[in-house]
Write a protein that binds this ligand. Structure first.
Ligand code: NAD
Length: 497
């Protein structure tokens, strides 16, 4: 069985803790690995390594930092198939989907290759006689990243390329459910020329996370995961004096208006609802059908569901893989049971889905509910599985209000051919990322990613320009060089002149 170790100070280490966790292949249900679970001593070792690397890394030239990112980009692109296959073997998503994830991660590295442009400060000459003022942006120190299972390659890459290019050093605590791709990334960064200690990986669960978010030498924390944990990280991290961005869970709605292109809307609902088995923070989980859109939409979605190929993610032609763990499979099944008990109409039922030859895999078929109401747990909770709930409403205004009243605000979409309706939606909706005839509005790397409300804690979105701001702090310098009008001691408050 594969032993998955930490990566500290440029090499693999088993660490001091004897605790380990199982890693499974979700398509077969077989345990394939054992991951080390760090204790506070292991976390301390990683943070110390990062702290020691910081002084020289922060003073390395911008050109050197960018060149390492260029080299890393090339290595990752060349090895993306290997990365994707490793990812699929622990997460379950299809290799094509995993390749897409790797590509979106690479795009953040490409952004970091040109980071110098965003690290430029401002300069004001002669703010007072003989006095200039300028601002510079400096790295924070050791930054920690704590990431979820659902994008084991990409979500860490939302963080470390930018943090490192800004001159910080990094300790990553990836999900213990699919930890291996982080080690591949560590190896690639090292091959790209990154000095030892600048990027470290500690595996673990709550014990390691709590050690990281309270460690006195950790300056900032980037977290992505579920809302209750995001809240815990934000509260504990900030109480311990750290800068924190904590991105949480989601319940993403897609409104379909009667004038929408129904083929486009049905394709979008199926792609965004069942892609990656619904285990995406930007997955659509509630379709809000307005007026007469509902009947046609349900029929079109159902027809498409019947044609989906579900199976092991590494098999050609498979469009949807298994769920990540057997516990998660049970949880999703429980939601479908309660949806039915609470009176929703179960149009497609994925509970008894079995893939021949993979009877122990964590497969769940695409599931569709109609007539869902807002008091049902399939509506209120983030299911994180291939379950699409349809809510029917009479008016567009009610649909907007429904979304605005939801505690989450990650992503949303409207499908319509009416520009005025789309503009109203974009203007009024209380959600951070908005799609107009686009179901999964994930911004490219030169924008920033972040929801609103319970989908984010902290004031910075992730990657892009907001990432640069998060991983640096501003210093303002006011400088005067000796000049003929030096006036001696003056206890008055400095004014211009
Ligand atoms: P999770 O919250 O269970 O775990 C995230 C991380 O926190 C993992 O590294 C895990 O080890 C750690 N963790 C888990 N329990 C902990 C605890 N009690 N104390 C301290 N640390 C703990 O999330 P997950 O199941 O891995 O991922 C799915 C969730 O992530 C979904 O809610 C999804 O919406 C969310 N997500 C959000 C975004 C976003 O950008 N907003 C992106 C991806 C995933």
């Amino acid at each position: 069985m594969k032993q998955i170790q930490h990566w500290i100070d440029g090499s693999l280490t088993a660490g001091a803790s004897s605790r380990v966790g199982p890693v499974f292949n979700p398509a077969t249900g077989e345990q394939t690995g054992q991951v080390a679970l760090a204790n506070s001593d292991d976390v301390d070792t990683a943070v110390r390594s990062a702290r020691e690397a910081f002084d020289s890394w922060r003073n390395s030239s911008l050109t050197k930092r960018q060149n390492i990112m260029f080299a890393f980009r090339e290595i990752m692109a060349a090895r993306s198939q290997e990365m994707a296959e490793t990812l699929t073997s622990e997460h379950g998503k299809t290799v094509d989907d995993a390749l897409g994830e790797v590509q979106r991660g690479i795009e953040v590295v490409e952004f970091a290759c040109n980071i110098a442009h965003l690290l430029k400060g401002d300069f004001s000459e002669q703010v007072s006689t003989g006095v200039d003022t300028y601002s510079i942006r400096q790295p924070l120190g050791v930054v920690a990243g704590i990431t979820p299972f659902n994008f084991p390659t990409m979500v860490p890459m939302w963080m470390y390329p930018i943090a490192i290019a800004c001159g910080n050093t990094f300790v990553l605590k990836p999900s213990e459910k699919d930890p291996s791709t982080s080690l591949l990334a560590a190896e690639m960064l090292s091959e790209a020329g990154l000095p030892d200690g600048v990027f470290n990986v500690v595996h673990g669960d709550k014990e390691s996370v709590d050690a990281l978010i309270t460690h006195p030498d950790v300056a900032a924390i980037s977290f992505v995961g579920s809302t209750p944990i995001a809240r815990h990280i934000y509260e504990t991290g900030t109480q311990n004096g750290k800068r924190v961005q904590a991105l949480g869970g989601a319940k993403n709605h897609m409104i379909v208006l009667p004038d929408a292109d129904m083929d486009l809307a049905a394709d979008a609902a199926v792609s965004a609802g069942y892609g990656s088995a619904g285990e995406r923070c930007m997955a659509i989980s509630a379709v809000v059908a307005v007026g007469e859109a509902g009947d046609r939409l349900i029929e079109d979605v159902q027809t498409r569901i019947e044609k989906l190929t579900v199976g092991p993610g590494d098999q050609p032609g498979v469009e949807m893989g298994p769920l990540v763990t057997s516990q998660h499979l049970d949880r999703v099944r429980g939601y479908v049971d309660s949806g039915e008990e609470q009176g929703a109409l179960l149009v497609a039922d994925g509970r008894d889905f079995v893939v021949d030859g993979y009877e122990d895999g964590y497969f769940f078929g695409p599931t569709l509910f109609d007539n869902v109401t807002t008091d049902m747990s399939i509506y209120t909770d983030e299911i994180f599985g291939p379950v699409l709930s349809t809510v029917r409403l009479e008016h567009f205004e009610e649909a907007i209000q429904l979304i605005n009243e939801n505690p989450y605000g990650n992503g949303t979409a409207v499908f319509t051919n009416d520009g005025g309706a789309a503009r109203k939606f974009q203007n009024e909706i209380q959600v951070g990322m908005v799609g107009i005839n686009v179901p999964i509005p994930v911004p490219l790397s030169f924008y920033s990613f972040g929801g609103w409300k319970d989908s984010i804690f902290g004031s910075h979105a992730i990657y892009g320009p907001e990432g640069v701001h998060f991983y640096t702090r501003q210093k303002v310098v006011i400088s005067r060089w000796p000049d003929p009008i030096h006036r001696g001691v003056d206890l008055g408050f400095p004014t211009h002149g």
